[in-house]
Write a protein that binds this ligand. Structure first.
Ligand SMILES: CC(C)(COP(=O)(O)OP(=O)(O)OC[C@H]1O[C@@H](n2cnc3c(N)ncnc32)[C@H](O)[C@@H]1OP(=O)(O)O)[C@@H](O)C(=O)NCCC(=O)NCCS
Length: 437
């Protein structure tokens, strides 16, 4: 990679680095990941997140490993839930211990040629989950199959705040000291809800696609319900757990294909991501700006002002005029803005700008439109709502783009008179107008 490509890529990830710092992510390492050649790379990527200040709880699955050991030994299931007898719980405890040891070992590798060289990650496991038996369902005693009764939230928090990375097996203990076998996906969702995590991330071997085999980048629990998840499949249960987490207050759940090396970082550090996310509500990337957005707007417009593409606006002017602004926000980051200044029934569209890392992107979150176009659509709707009948724009370098958005060149004397008197002849901007209704 050329030095400037590398620098560009690295700079592009800066807003995400600050957005993720001090956030808490619960990661479900499904049992299949543990067997995959990418496991080591995933551990390195998780270590990177830890180093960047993300607080991590790793919940691992064990189903594939349990199947391997107990498979032939007639495991019994009811409604796709394993019935765990006394022999099975002993073997399951042993398997989980083995998996934890493998993960601890991977986080401890620090050879000079390893990404973990000079990185010290305290990996912590323990009795963080209180379980209770599922009991007798449809007349069938589920024995040592359990469900989460309580997560020791305060203890999890103290561990994370002290810099620990928590590894949690799908096992919980009852108050009488009995171990119970838990479903890893439900456990991950429960922990994420109870500790008020910012994300639940599921590493699985698929992402959601539509009929045309295209990635579906965003779902809401409601749209997932319409799909009628098949809870008898692992995929169905994992998607349901992602939904459950979001319904329980976790901001976002992500599904990432672990077979795709680097997918975790690509999902977390790029605007469009690479997996499927579940959000409580469909995202509304364009919204009215408020005074908290001023710093983000400045980040977007300063480089363009310095190049003379936009006229300079000082911070206090932005603060005074913030009501005129719309912003585009992705993943909590201001990536674009525009402003409408009314002149009777005309409106000046100004300060239309998209951060250079986010230009010419067709995000599914913006209905397949680029961010610039989405801002214009929203600005037009806002202008109509404000009773305006015509938009105009003064631009030095972006005529073509505005023409593609339906604007037409016009002469200066078509501008409202008060604007004509302010026209900067030295700047000699082109005037374009668009009737709106
Ligand atoms: C103009 C701007 C807002 C468009 O934002 P965006 O999110 O990239 O817009 P969209 O994704 O909707 O459109 C992108 C398309 O417009 C094209 N485009 C961008 N700037 C252009 C320009 N100055 N002239 C012609 N086409 C342009 C892109 O090449 C891209 O084309 P493609 O779809 O064929 O790849 C953005 O490029 C920008 O911030 N430019 C600098 C600021 C500016 O000029 N503002 C206007 C001053 S009033």
């Amino acid at each position: 990679m050329a030095a400037n490509d590398y620098a560009r890529w690295f700079r592009g990830s800066t807003p995400y680095i600050s957005a993720h710092r001090n956030k808490t992510f619960v990661i479900l390492l499904t049992s299949e990941v543990l067997e995959h050649v990418n496991l080591t790379n995933i551990i390195h990527d998780l270590a990177l997140l830890h180093v960047l200040g993300v607080k991590l709880v790793l919940v691992h699955g064990a189903r594939a490993q349990i199947e391997q050991r107990l498979g032939g030994k007639a495991s019994k299931f009811h409604n796709d839930r394993r019935i765990t007898d006394a022999d099975a719980i002993a073997t399951i405890a042993e398997i989980n211990g083995g998996i934890r040891t493998t993960l601890e070992a991977l986080f401890s590798t620090g050879l000079p040629n390893s990404p973990l060289h000079n990185v010290d990650i305290p990996v912590i496991s323990g009795n963080f989950v209180i379980a209770q038996p599922v009991g007798i369902v449809d007349g069938i005693d589920h024995l040592f199959t359990g469900e989460v009764r309580k997560v020791e939230k305060a203890r999890v928090r103290t561990t994370l705040d002290a810099g620990g990375l928590l590894v949690q097996s799908p096992i919980g203990f009852s108050n009488s000291g009995q171990a119970f076998n838990l479903s890893a996906e439900i456990l991950a969702a429960e922990i994420a809800i109870q500790i008020k995590a910012d994300k639940l991330i599921v590493l699985d071997d698929f992402i959601v696609t539509n009929k045309a085999d295209e990635r579906v980048s965003t779902f809401t629990p409601t749209t997932l319900e319409q799909v009628k998840l098949d809870h008898s499949t692992e995929r169905g249960r994992r998607l349901a757990a992602m939904s459950q987490a979001v319904r329980g207050g976790v901001s976002k759940s992500h599904l990432i294909n672990f077979e795709d090396d680097g997918a975790l970082l690509a999902e977390l550090f790029t605007a469009d991501g690479i997996g499927t996310q579940v959000l409580e509500r469909a995202p509304q990337p364009i919204r009215r700006a408020n005074v908290q957005d001023v710093a983000g707007i400045i980040e977007v417009i300063r480089p363009l002002e310095e190049r003379g593409i936009l006229v300079r606006r000082e911070r206090d002017r932005l603060e005074q005029e913030i009501e005129n602004f719309l912003v585009a926000e992705l993943d909590g980051i201001i990536v674009g803005c525009c402003a409408i200044y009314p002149y009777d029934d005309h409106g000046e569209l100004a300060c239309v700008a998209v951060h250079e890392n986010y230009r010419a992107q067709t995000a599914q979150t913006t209905g397949g439109n680029g961010i610039g176009k989405s801002l214009l659509i929203a600005a037009e709707a806002q202008a109509v709502q404000n009773g305006l009948t015509q938009l105009f724009v003064l631009t030095t370098q972006t005529q073509e783009w505005f023409k593609e958005q339906g604007f037409e060149p016009a002469s200066i004397d078509t501008l409202p008179e008060s604007k004509q008197s302010l026209y900067n002849w030295q700047r000699n901007s082109a005037v374009l107008t668009k009737p709106i209704s």
